[in-house]
Ligand binder design. Structure first.
Ligand code: SF4
Length: 96
């Protein structure tokens, strides 16, 4: 998929991180020009929804997750999608 082409003309998108895939390596934090991401301890309610293998993987990686406290600042550049080694990030269109 060509990220730029797919999102061309889209003004309102935000990144969506898959907790089951994210290994909190922080590549998204490093590449995002708008400081959208932050590595945090995985919230209990998200951890509880992981399956058994995902819980083990999460613990191996320090029970951390890439959160998006500044998701509203996303400019759909696509850098995080390309940088994430786990393909854990999608950009989703939002209404409004
Ligand atoms: S698409 Fe660009 S601006 Fe949006 S979260 Fe990813 S790196 Fe940041």
């Amino acid at each position: 998929m060509d990220i730029e082409a797919d999102l061309a003309g889209s003004e309102r998108v935000r990144p969506l991180v898959s907790p089951g895939r994210c290994e909190a390596k922080g590549a998204c934090v490093d590449v995002c020009p708008f400081d959208v991401f932050e590595i945090v301890q995985i919230p209990k309610e998200i951890y509880q929804d992981l399956n058994f293998l995902q819980k083990i993987k999460s613990r191996v990686h320090g029970s951390k997750l890439a959160a998006t406290p500044n998701a509203d600042k996303c400019e759909a550049c696509g850098h995080c999608l390309k940088a994430c080694p786990e393909n854990a990030i999608k950009l989703v269109r939002i209404s409004g």
